[in-house]
Design a protein. Structure first.
Length: 221
């Protein structure tokens, strides 16, 4: 048996659907009709009592009539409860939303899956996620390859420019005369050094033999 909380939740959900489709729900319609019925009961009872008050001459009769007016309203209201219940069912019948109609946020639940189908869907989802990761890695690799190709293109362009410069036969300065002149200067310098007396290794590193000494008294200095 459905609990009161579950029944109220289901009723609230149905009213939410009615509000989305019609702009109002059955509970508001029924409450409006119920208020109209109660107002009619109270109005008719009041008019009846006002007519009877004109016939009453004592205060006790007026007090009794006032008490009877309240009892009359309660009696009419109690008698109207079964009719109000029928009115509520009729309102719900004409305003309610069929069970096969779903709200926009619930349309995803229209298709129900078994446990096996759900596992298959989850497996496909994981496969798609792996493909997405592999695609991301491949994309990064392709970007690196494109960068290398761009750098290679720059090097190739530079090589083509250098080849064009070489093939175009740009004149370079001829330094052969300068080399011959340098060789001539070197021969002259070598000849000049050859005419001088050779310096022995002993005199070059031991200058003691060529040094003249002078005696001096350190006390007189």
């Amino acid at each position: 048996m459905e609990s009161d909380a579950a029944s109220e939740l289901r009723k609230r959900k149905r009213e939410e659907y009615e509000m989305q489709l019609f702009g109002f729900h059955s509970r508001v319609v029924y409450a409006t009709i119920e208020n109209i019925v109660i107002e009619r009961i109270q109005s008719r009872s009041r008019k009846l009592c006002e007519t009877l008050e004109k016939k009453c001459k004592s205060d006790s009769d007026l007090a009794t009539l006032k008490a009877n007016e309240e009892k009359l309203v309660k009696a009419y209201h109690a008698a109207s409860v079964p009719h109000l219940k029928n009115i509520e069912n009729i309102v719900r019948k004409f305003v309610t939303v069929p069970d096969n109609v779903l709200a926009n946020e619930d349309k995803l639940q229209e298709t129900q899956y078994t446990e096996v189908e759900f596992e298959n869907i989850r497996g496909k989802l994981e496969e798609f996620q792996q493909r997405a990761r592999r695609a991301a890695v491949l994309n990064a690799t392709l970007k690196e390859e494109l960068q290398l190709i761009e750098q290679f293109s720059i090097c190739a362009d530079n090589s083509d420019r250098l080849s064009h410069i070489i093939e175009s036969g740009i004149a370079c300065p001829d330094i052969s005369d300068k080399i011959h002149e340098l060789v001539s200067y070197y021969e002259q310098f070598r000849t000049y050094l050859g005419d001088r007396a050779p310096v022995s290794q002993k005199s070059l590193y031991n200058m003691k033999d060529d040094t003249k000494y002078t005696d001096c008294d350190m006390d007189t200095i």
